[in-house]
Design a protein around this ligand. Sequence first.
Ligand SMILES: O=C(O)[C@H]1NCC[C@@H]1O
Length: 384
Amino acid sequence: MHTAGEPTRIIWEGIPPLTGALLEQRAQAKSQFDQFRRVLMLEPRGHYDMYGAILRPETELVASGEADIGVLFMHNEGFSTMCGHATIALGRFLVDVDESIFPRRKQLKYDAASGTTALNLHVPCGVVQVSVPTLESGKSDPSRPVSFISVPSFATAISLEVPLSEKYQWPELKGRASVTVDFAYGGAYYGMISSEELGFPGGLDDVKLQEMDIATKLLKQAVVANPDLEYLTKDILTGKPGFLYGIMITDRNLGQVDASEGSAASRAQLDATSEETGLYFFANQQIDRSPTGGCVAARVALARAKGALSVGEKRVYNSLVTRAYNGLSGFVGSVFDEAEGDRGQRSVRARVEGYGYYTGYHSFVVEKEDGLGVDGFSVRDITL
Ligand SMILES: O=C(O)[C@H]1NCC[C@@H]1O
């Protein structure tokens, strides 16, 4: 499937044996079956920017009734903790399949008044509540957006001066030895920086993709290597050092996209008070085609912490792709409610809306004689 152009390869058969709690299953996937991820994400079957979701029908929260099904997310580098675009796609997929793929499918509740089906999805960062537009036939409705309520999300640092020693400086800084960055959590940790601050005054209207790739890679490395900044990405459950998923370059100066009259994008604009465009580099410098649902939750929490968004107020979030298509499939983010995070932080739960669509059905083959294709590779990594 794809959500605003970002792929989700949903794996529902042929999965290696993963057992125990969802985070144990994730640890096993990482340590014992990473080749499975590389085969499905990288070349020759995938590509550098492929994304995937592995269905996990049995988890501890499915057993306790808190969730209907679990899922693991994967990308070009490993297994992430949250993924909004995949959650949106999965919402439709899980409503459309039968019990052979989703054993608890029949237990999902359909609300006739709103024409939606509620789904509690156990993802590595917690449970997200997904609302899936559903037709009377029981199938998902592609003409209306899927939405989800995020896990408690919060700002970890506002306008933080990140020092950049010489080895982490990029040319567009023109000798500056620090940049100002916001950090927030939305199921994973994200760094947010404006394009001007990153050294690109032309913003996201004049994208210098390769240069921005280098700049965000160095910025991420500088944050991760700095022990004074470890607190920014503390694992939410254990308090141990966590990870920075990626860097979002933002541009709020672009203004509204020119949405065609009567389109979903123009309806979203009428409902929203502001609009923002972003370009997200994550994992091993993968580029998100979508406006990044998990990071929309983090950006909503950040805007709330800055006093820039009230409860229920909507903001439209575009990616380069949705912007190029006049706002088609842009995400809408808002504060659903205020909450306390697991570690007592002032948090919000964000509501994120977007559209997911089917692209096809695949059966992948791995022949044991195929030396090269029994694993995954990427041209970009070979040529670096
Ligand atoms: O929508 C999201 O949250 C994401 N898309 C790819 C990278 C992130 O997981």
